[in-house]
Design a protein around this ligand. Structure first.
Ligand code: GDP
Length: 350
């Protein structure tokens, strides 16, 4: 106001200070997972992974797979609130001369970030030449069919009660589940969900996972999803390491906010990570003291991306990371975040 220059500024600074304090308190109390809890969850996932390896080697020695491994935020120290999920990556081996990948933008679906995997040379190498021909639908490798193969195996022919009693867990496949998920109860009140994620690593280094398009129309059924997760996570960590920054902390806070507020549950780790990476390109100060400022800037940026209906992936700008949200979901997310801009603390009261 007129006679008191700087008063508004002062008040703003005070508010910012308290948001800063609240964010770090929220981080300590709600976001961060005690290391003991993380260790026990990782242990449970590893035990299951080991059992599955033994089972698959014994039961299906000729299935062309590389060694399965665990991955996800639980292993990158990016999981928040509770240590309750992990992915079991199942890398499939494809014969180079029999399969080729076609980017989604070159298909009639025109969908960057998704790929078709086409069977080649059928005239010289007839159906059956590749183990994975059994999962071929209309000339393409079908992720849905691949998941069904694993589902039959995992839900049908593994004696989970027996394995569970040896490991002292209660294990059961989650049915129905869109992906293939095991529920592992490793203490009376602790559960871990392990997703099976079949994975193709194509010749050009493109990683494709068998995770269906969310708005699964029939014409999307053969699409493989490109995964940028390894690059995204590595980039975020590398930037933080260069300047002792708070990008990972900021990501964890906003992930927790989205996990704890049902209205924001549709925003996922990949979208949030990319929004932070995009912000990092224009904003240099990621010191711990700047957390509140960057958090607010991130919320504003997300509102902007939602208004545009578009969030590019920094590793492939033509990919729209909002392409699986309906217009209504985009509106609702945008509205919730827009309201939070004037009262960000409301996001922390959960
Ligand atoms: P969080 O689940 O929110 O803690 O985030 P994560 O970073 O662990 O991401 C897990 C999600 O990313 C799952 O929905 C996966 O299906 C998906 N995803 C995509 N690509 C990958 C990948 O290469 N590895 C893993 N673990 N998950 C991936």
């Amino acid at each position: 106001g007129g006679g008191h220059p700087g008063k508004a500024e002062l008040q703003k600074a005070r508010m910012r200070l308290s948001l800063q304090e609240h964010l770090w308190a929220f981080f300590q109390e709600r976001v961060a997972i005690p290391s003991e809890e993380q260790a026990v969850a990782r242990r449970a996932a590893l035990d299951i992974c080991a059992e599955l390896r033994v089972f698959l080697h014994a039961k299906l020695p000729d299935m062309p797979l590389r060694e399965m491994y665990l991955s996800g935020s639980l292993y990158d120290d990016l999981q928040v609130v509770t240590a309750d999920h992990a992915q079991l990556m199942v890398p499939m081996i494809l014969e180079k001369n029999l399969w080729s990948s076609i980017p989604g933008e070159d298909t009639i679906m025109n969908l960057p970030g998704f790929w078709l995997v086409r069977r080649e040379n059928l005239e010289y190498f007839p159906r059956g030449s590749s183990y994975w021909d059994r999962c071929m639908v209309g000339g393409y490798l079908s992720p849905k069919s691949v998941l069904e193969v694993f589902e039959k195996l995992v839900a049908g022919s593994i004696n989970w009660p027996a394995i569970g009693s040896v490991l002292d867990y209660i294990i059961r496949p989650v049915v129905p589940s869109e992906t293939l998920t095991l529920e592992v109860q490793y203490e009376t009140d602790r559960r871990l969900y392990v997703d099976f994620l079949p994975l193709l690593v194509m010749e050009d280094g493109v990683s494709l996972i068998a995770k269906p398009h969310r708005l699964a129309a029939e014409r999307h059924e053969n699409l493989w999803r490109q995964s940028f997760r390894v690059a995204e996570t590595a980039k975020l960590r590398a930037l933080d390491q260069e300047d002792a920054g708070c990008r990972c902390a900021c990501l964890k806070v906003v992930k927790a906010v989205c996990k704890l507020n049902p209205a924001l549950a549709r925003l996922n780790a990949s979208q949030l990570t990319n929004a932070i990476l995009l912000l990092s390109e224009q904003e240099g100060d990621w010191t711990q003291e700047a957390l509140a400022d960057r958090f607010m800037q991130l919320l504003r940026a997300l509102v902007g991306h939602l208004e545009a209906g578009r969030l590019p992936c920094i590793f492939s700008l033509k990919v729209n990371l909002f392409c699986e949200l309906t217009p209504q979901e985009i509106d609702e997310l945008g509205y919730t975040l827009y309201c939070a801009l004037s009262d960000p603390e409301s996001l922390l009261r959960t």
